[in-house]
Design a protein around this ligand. Structure first.
Ligand code: F6R
Length: 640
């Protein structure tokens, strides 16, 4: 029986969804609900039985609970917890165990009785697991059942570790992890091969018995699975869809995770809209794509039969709307990413003046510049602008151990061939070999090894930037300190990085800054690198006049591209430029063939880059624009 939903706006949503502006606000709300439950139970002299989750999602909820404990006296004395899952096999003391996670995030900082804490045991022999799982279920029941279960959601749609294929009535059991789940965990384990293949998880049936269920999701990365979980058909392909059958569940999302829900993504399908320029552009592109028609061929009937009658009525005739949107998109296309000298720039993405601009391309890792905007990079240099590139981090984690050894061997052999004394270097080499022989998965390298790995990437970046046409003095290696600090410290402050970035900006005084604007990975290096640039520019705006004329352009990393309606500058590449860009990417030899961190994409970086730019070109072409070989896309950051 479908859930009765009287609100038009949420007509497509098959379970209750609350959307908060950001992760912080949403996490505080969830923490408050947990605190209320604990206090209510306390007042009645009862225990509060909580089902807890691990992963990135609940981190801020736990932090807020810890704050409430410290500052507001929230006590956990009456709290009993059952965690959803644990890897198998897994020692509780291992850095990646969920026991360690729960202690670090919550239990070590509150007054919970550790006898009341239950986390599936990853150390049991295989033949004891089934019985243990039954006991885990019985223990939950004996505690009075879960008062509240909190959940995250995996990109496979898993809840707990109930991967696609799980049954709705499943109980606690040993399961095999999905490949995507293991890839997502690979960063914690220093490579997918180190991620356990199995886990013990509460079942979907176990979760269902909770008296209250909250599923949380933050970030763009979760948007597409959230749409499936909330609006899709119930199916074992997306286990979270089973939650649609529960009348106790609520999804708590931030705006980004909710962004693909119909009411946000295509709001004209569920309600009357305020049609500003951006919404109109988005809707017209959506309509053209849906009907597989170029923009200028869309008719009134197309508008009316696809939920866009309001736009046609209020702003029609539709042909005028089509032409207006078409022109706006046409004006994003430019072969002059640094502005076209002596041309009317009123409809161009960049200013004509000054004709020769100073541009800095910030590259979070040593190859993002050429992978993500190599064609534009080459064009800017070809067109005579003063182009600088600033490599923000050394990228030293993403080099294979054997490559590091090979380079030191080279240095020793070269020294020997020149009759130099290489004894010290040989000693160092031996100690590196010793270290690498016993290196644990995800263990941080020694300083020397990190240095060698960083130098390998530095050499490649110089080769790439020179190939793109830069003189050596315009190639800057920032080696921002946060990158190495992050490997040993959990909490890092970015002050030194911001100051260093301000120094470079003050030296170059750029008219254009290009920065990687990837926000899908909230704690990822790209996001941190962007925040540092933004902070630096924001602070400099207070004191330096040139900053008012400095435009900040965002490009995207190797995986995702901006949506067509968002793009403000589209730089077409000729087949020859695509080829040159490919050769620039090839200079990054340590990242070729099989990089250390391939992410969830088996393609090599140059292939991803070419696929992505040719897809953008195809998308423009399908809307009725000229057919280009490839297009690199940019969005301009607007300062408040
Ligand atoms: C964690 C768990 C998983 C995670 C899910 C999302 O105990 O069972 O279902 O909730 O994989 O992980 P994050 O929050 O890291 O995105």
């Amino acid at each position: 029986m479908p859930r009765l939903n009287l609100l038009e706006e949420t007509r497509f949503e098959k379970l209750p969804v609350s959307v908060f502006p950001d992760e912080n606000t949403a996490s505080r709300h969830v923490a408050q609900r947990i605190a209320n439950l604990i206090k209510e139970k306390q007042a009645n002299g009862q225990q509060a039985v909580l089902g807890l989750a691990t992963g990135a999602t609940p981190v801020k909820v736990y932090a807020e609970l810890v704050r409430m404990h410290r500052e507001e006296g929230l006590s956990f004395k009456n709290v009993v917890t059952f965690n959803l899952d644990e890897y198998y096999p897994m020692e509780p003391t291992a850095a990646q165990s969920y026991v360690t996670f729960m202690k670090e995030q919550l239990f070590n900082h509150v007054d919970i009785d550790m006898n009341n804490v239950n986390i599936p045991d990853g150390t049991l022999p295989l033949d004891k697991v089934a019985e243990y799982c039954l006991n885990y279920e019985q223990k939950i029941i004996a505690s009075g059942g879960l008062d509240l279960q909190i959940l995250g959601i995996g990109r496979t749609g898993h809840i707990g570790f109930n991967e696609p294929g799980s049954a709705p009535n499943s109980g606690t059991r040993l399961v095999t992890l999905n490949d995507l789940t293991r890839r997502d965990a690979s960063r914690d384990f220093g490579g997918k091969n180190n991620v356990p293949v199995k886990a013990i998880t509460m079942g979907i049936g176990t979760i269902f018995q909770a008296r209250d269920i909250i599923l949380m999701a933050w970030n763009k990365k979760k948007a597409s699975i959230i749409k499936k979980a909330v609006e899709g058909e119930i199916s074992s392909d997306v286990p979270a869809t089973y939650l649609q059958l529960s009348d106790k569940v609520e999804f708590i999302l931030d705006e980004e995770a909710a962004s693909e829900l119909t009411r946000f993504d295509t709001p004209w399908l569920v309600k009357d809209c305020v049609w500003d320029g951006q919404m109109t552009k988005k809707a017209v592109i959506w309509l053209a794509n849906k009907l597989n028609k170029p923009i200028l061929k869309l008719t009134l009937e197309d508008y009316n039969s696809n939920g866009m009658a309001q736009l046609a009525t209020e702003f029609g005739p539709v042909y005028d709307i089509n032409i207006d949107v078409f022109n706006k998109i046409q004006h994003t296309i430019t072969g002059w990413p640094g502005g076209k000298p002596n041309a009317d720039d009123s409809q161009r993405p960049e200013r004509a003046l000054p004709a020769k601009k100073r541009s800095i391309i910030f590259s979070p890792h040593p190859d993002d510049d050429v992978i993500s905007m190599g064609g534009t990079f080459i064009r800017l240099a070809d067109q005579g602008h003063e182009v600088h590139v600033a490599y923000q981090t050394s990228g030293n984690t993403a080099v294979w151990d054997e490559d590091a050894l090979r380079f030191v061997e080279f240095a020793i052999d070269f020294g020997k061939s020149q009759n130099q004394d290489v004894q010290e270097m040989e000693n160092l080499y031996q100690s590196m070999r010793e270290f690498l022989k016993d290196k644990k998965p995800n263990q941080a390298d020694t300083l020397e090894i990190r240095t060698v790995k960083g130098l390998i990437r530095k050499g490649e970046a110089i080769a790439g930037a020179r190939f793109a046409g830069l003189p050596d003095e315009h190639i800057h290696f920032m080696d921002l300190p946060f990158y190495d600090k992050g490997k040993v410290q959990k909490v890092v402050d970015y002050e030194d990085d911001i100051v260093q970035t301000m120094e470079l900006l003050k030296k170059v005084k750029p008219h254009q800054v290009f920065a990687a604007g990837d926000f899908a990975d909230p704690h990822g290096t790209h996001k941190v690198c962007f925040d540092i640039i933004l902070q630096a520019l924001t602070r400099l705006r207070e004191t330096e006049d040139w900053v008012a004329d400095c435009w900040l352009w965002l490009y995207r990393g190797a995986w995702h591209e901006f949506e067509i309606y968002e793009i403000e500058m589209a730089v077409p590449l000729s087949p020859q430029e695509v080829e040159r860009k490919r050769l620039a990417i090839f200079k990054h030899q340590s990242q070729k063939d099989r990089p250390v961190f391939p992410g969830d994409d088996a393609r090599e970086f140059w292939v991803r880059a070419e696929d992505r730019t040719s897809e953008t070109a195809r998308a423009y072409n399908q809307l009725g624009f000229a057919e280009y070989e490839a297009i690199e896309a940019f969005v301009r950051w607007k300062f408040d």
